[in-house]
Design a protein around this ligand. Structure first.
Ligand SMILES: NC(=O)C1=CN([C@@H]2O[C@H](COP(=O)(O)OP(=O)(O)OC[C@H]3O[C@@H](n4cnc5c(N)ncnc54)[C@H](O)[C@@H]3O)[C@@H](O)[C@H]2O)C=CC1
Ligand SMILES: O=C(O)C(=O)COP(=O)(O)O
Length: 384
């Protein structure tokens, strides 16, 4: 198998690939891609490409529609970097309230003088900022990161409102009962002193922070965006900071127009940049990719369902296809016409996509082409 890497991926993960795999950033005709934030939107996919693993959470850098058309499985690593982001958001919360960054800048600009201590003590009155305890925090998106941020903020003494209409049952179990359920986004915008975004960038969330929504916020709201730049209309946020509607905007996703501006604190997408989360993401991505390439099993895919089946029989047929009627019958017809006995079969679907795993008891010569010829079959592999 050839694995093409984009971005720097932790060695701890890369070392887990079987020794006969070729791994590198200059490979052609790869069987799989391992990526972090590099965009794959303009990259043509080779016919050999079977899977893409995003070592991280957000998959808006991957053209999911194009992957669906080609039967390419896209994985991510849910929660693997959530603690790293939570810790940086905690720093950002405090940075948005207490003018730590301008205070350091000012101090760094001072020269050595005899009255240095006096200058420092006098100057500090320019850098007063409120405490976060007792203030209201709105958390938009209660997934792996949002939950950790919300729970920690409760412990820091904040009154926390959470908004997520798609909250999963598992996540609901992990959420502090002290987090107040906001049923509408407007409730967060209107009530909160601090707002933090933890939703993926999708067609529903793109540009959700704009002049209209900023207008609903209290004067002096502090906004944190460690999710994606596209969630905010950059010019509207800049204007809101200039007018004081936002007292601060701290973001991992700055635009050039945001640089050098008072009360905008940009970071260079550092949320997941800890050795721990880089390792966690790489290990998870490599394990998931290897299990798919070796066994056709799927765990944590964003476009295909989870399927895991113990290997049995002589070989495994992996068919990625559209979720339409009559697929299992057509696949098994090809096998029975070739006189192949089935040892085990598993079929699952997710949205418009589906996958069928069939363990067969004899060799599968010549059936690949026939399976590929079935209408709505997108990718076929036979793993001996
Ligand atoms: N700054 C950084 O380095 C990092 C940024 N991220 C970003 O943070 C996002 C969230 O990450 P995780 O918490 O790990 O993902 P997650 O998938 O665990 O959580 C996302 C949550 O957003 C909710 N959601 C989706 N659409 C929504 C909507 N329209 N309104 C409200 N809630 C909605 C989902 O129900 C889910 O609970 C990622 O998609 C990524 O864009 C993630 C990791 C690192
Ligand atoms: O996991 C995510 O969604 C991130 O934004 C982290 O990106 P990175 O892997 O640090 O380039």
């Amino acid at each position: 198998m050839k694995i093409k890497t984009y971005n720097k991926i932790s060695k701890k993960g890369l070392n887990l690939f079987p020794v006969n795999y070729e791994v590198g950033d200059a490979l052609e005709a790869a069987d799989a891609i391992l990526v972090r934030s590099a965009t794959l939107h303009d990259i043509p996919f080779d016919p050999e490409l079977k899977a893409i693993a995003r070592a991280g959470a957000g998959t808006n850098n991957v053209p999911i529609d194009r992957c669906n058309e080609a039967g390419i499985v896209v994985f991510n690593t849910p929660g693997a970097n959530a603690n790293a982001v939570k810790e940086l958001v905690t720093a950002a919360l405090i940075m948005s309230a207490r003018p730590i960054y301008p205070a350091i800048e000012w101090l760094q600009s001072l020269n050595e003088t005899a009255d240095f201590d006096k200058v420092v003590e006098k100057g500090k009155s320019n850098f007063i900022g409120p405490e976060i305890a007792g203030k209201r925090l709105g958390v938009i998106g209660l997934g792996a990161i949002g939950i950790k941020v919300a729970n920690l903020a409760v412990h820091l003494g904040m009154e926390v409102y959470g908004y997520d209409p798609y909250l999963s049952v598992d996540n609901a179990w992990s959420l502090s009962t002290r987090v107040i359920h906001a049923k509408k986004l407007e409730e967060i915008y209107k009530k909160c002193d601090f707002i933090t975004l933890h939703v993926p960038e999708t067609k529903d969330t793109k540009g959700m922070i704009n002049t209209e929504t900023l207008q609903m916020m209290k004067n002096g709201t502090r906004l944190l965006n460690f999710a994606r730049g596209g969630l905010v209309e950059a010019n509207d946020v800049i204007a809101a900071v200039e007018k004081g509607k936002l007292a601060a905007y701290v973001t991992d996703f700055a635009t050039p127009a945001m640089l050098g501006r008072k009360n905008i604190y940009p970071l260079p997408h550092l949320g997941a940049s800890t050795p721990e989360s880089e390792e966690n993401c790489a290990v998870m991505a490599v394990n998931q990719l290897t299990d798919y390439l070796e066994n056709g099993n799927i765990v944590n895919s964003v476009n295909l369902p989870n399927v895991s089946m113990e290997r049995s029989g002589h070989a495994r047929v992996v068919c990625v296809h559209r979720n339409v009627p009559n697929m299992i019958a057509q696949i098994t017809n090809v096998l029975s016409a070739a006189g192949i006995n089935i040892a085990n079969l598993l079929n699952k679907s997710k949205g418009e996509m589906a996958v069928t795993l069939v363990d067969i008891e004899t060799t599968a010569a010549n059936i690949k082409g026939e399976l590929e010829a079935i209408d709505q079959v997108l990718k076929v592999r036979i793993i001996e």
